[in-house]
Design a protein around this ligand. Structure first.
Ligand SMILES: Cc1cc2nc3c(=O)[nH]c(=O)nc-3n(C[C@H](O)[C@H](O)[C@H](O)COP(=O)(O)OP(=O)(O)OC[C@H]3O[C@@H](n4cnc5c(N)ncnc54)[C@H](O)[C@@H]3O)c2cc1C
Length: 385
């Protein structure tokens, strides 16, 4: 009997655990998941909520309902890993001993910086973040009220979950105002700390041409230092300023405290340092990482995690049974970019190359807006696709 402990019951924790349970009976492999929250959110549809394309009630399910029978759920917070003794410490449930540990603790949103971000979000007047469901709802309502002004979508720093999401927002906001007949009354600005709007071709060139043709301004190399919601100005470390009437902000992300508290497990930002193909910790041979928690050099997406879960089950399964496997994660992710009403472009790539063409299509829209959520709840989380 091998004991696997999983930290985190988000997309990665559930996809891995259910897939592993289907492969191994509880008599052979004991799976225990430590999850601090009682709620699991389908985050990829937060952007849909902003534009009334999905309802908040569809995006949350109780964590306890997501796991197959035979998986033990501990509703608690993991505080520290002791790799030398194969133990995880928790707030209320004492210590858990593992033969293999899977870290699926996701990414934490950091609101301490830029200065004034927290105050701006709390005031809920003109600064919002759709990276949380309640923020997406507030942003939706604010957009409904607006009849003119400057809308800014800003990324504070990389990496972030779904790097295309802030671009989806600005393109969809522009399209919304056009459809309402208010386009001339608005200005749209996208700011990024990166040198360009997107890093991967052919999607980068396509996005540049979409932004240019629709008069969406890009401010590149812009690393925000301060949000002043009263004066409605966003400042960066280089002294540049961008004025806004509505600011949609993507806050900085970092790894969870449990990674930071555990020596040798993560890097300075709290991301679990793993082999990008084998998913195993660079330092500890019985610790694996999956999902946003890792330092894999690809986009942090649920689509990538679906691929990672298959690889991790194959690798861990081979390790447990003493068999050989060639399963490797190749970095593949699919990011559906809503570019305007009824049009979505898929950016699908792996570590090496682009996989999908840079085409906006209605078929992609149907998949993203109407199909992916039910697929997520019913098939992806159950490890069936
Ligand atoms: C606005 C937005 C849009 C997105 N759009 C897309 C998209 O279009 N396509 C796509 O594929 N992906 C998209 N994503 C990304 C996708 O949702 C994430 O990559 C994915 O859900 C991350 O899964 P995860 O398991 O790594 O982390 P999470 O799902 O965040 O789960 C981590 C879990 O770990 C728990 N946890 C953390 N620390 C501890 C601890 N110490 N002890 C116990 N439990 C702990 C947390 O409570 C959480 O439940 C989007 C995300 C956002 C926010």
């Amino acid at each position: 009997m091998k004991r696997i402990v999983v930290i985190g019951g988000g997309s990665g924790g559930v996809m891995f655990s259910n897939r592993m349970r289907r492969e191994f009976s509880p008599d052979d492999v004991e799976i225990t998941v430590i999850e601090k929250s009682e709620k699991h959110f389908y985050q990829p549809a937060f952007t849909l909520v902003v534009f009334d394309l999905d309802e908040p009630k569809n995006l949350m399910r109780p964590v306890k309902d997501l796991f197959f029978d035979g998986i033990k759920l501990v509703t608690d917070e993991a505080t520290k890993i002791d790799p030398a003794n194969n133990k995880v410490y928790t707030v209320k449930s004492g210590e858990l001993t593992y033969d293999y540990l899977v870290i699926a603790s996701g990414a934490k949103l950091l609101f301490e910086e830029p200065e004034g971000l927290k105050e701006g979000l709390e005031a809920s007047k003109n600064v919002f973040t759709f990276y949380k469901l309640e923020g997406a709802i507030k942003l939706r309502d604010k957009l409904k009220d607006m009849d003119g002004g400057t809308i800014v979508s800003t990324v504070c720093e990389m990496p972030i979950k779904c790097p295309a999401a802030p671009m989806k927002f600005i393109m969809m906001a522009e399209d919304l105002m056009k459809r309402k007949g208010l386009r001339e009354k608005f200005k749209f600005i996208f700011t990024t700390p990166m040198p360009a709007v997107f890093s991967r071709e052919p999607y980068a060139s396509k996005l540049i041409s979409i932004f240019a043709s629709r008069n969406i301004e890009t401010v590149a190399n812009f690393a925000p230092s301060e949000v002043d919601y009263e004066k409605r100005v966003l400042k960066d470390y280089g002294g540049k300023e961008v004025k806004f009437d509505l600011l949609s902000i993507t806050p900085p992300h970092g790894g969870e405290a449990v990674v930071e508290n555990s020596e040798g497990v993560g890097d300075a930002a709290g991301w679990v340092t793993c082999d990008k193909h084998l998913m195993v910790s660079k330092k500890f041979s019985n610790i694996y990482g999956i999902g946003d928690a890792t330092d894999f050099p690809t986009s942090k997406t649920a689509s990538g995690i679906r691929k990672q879960a298959k690889v991790l089950v194959a690798r861990l399964g081979a390790e447990i049974t003493g068999m050989e496997t060639h399963a490797k994660y190749d970095g593949e992710i699919i990011c559906p970019m809503l570019t305007r009403d009824k049009r979505v472009m898929f950016a699908q790539f792996n570590y090496e190359e682009a996989i999908s063409p840079a085409i906006e299509s209605y078929a992609n829209w149907v998949l993203k807006v109407h199909t992916l959520r039910p697929l997520y709840w019913n098939l992806m989380l159950n490890g069936l696709i």
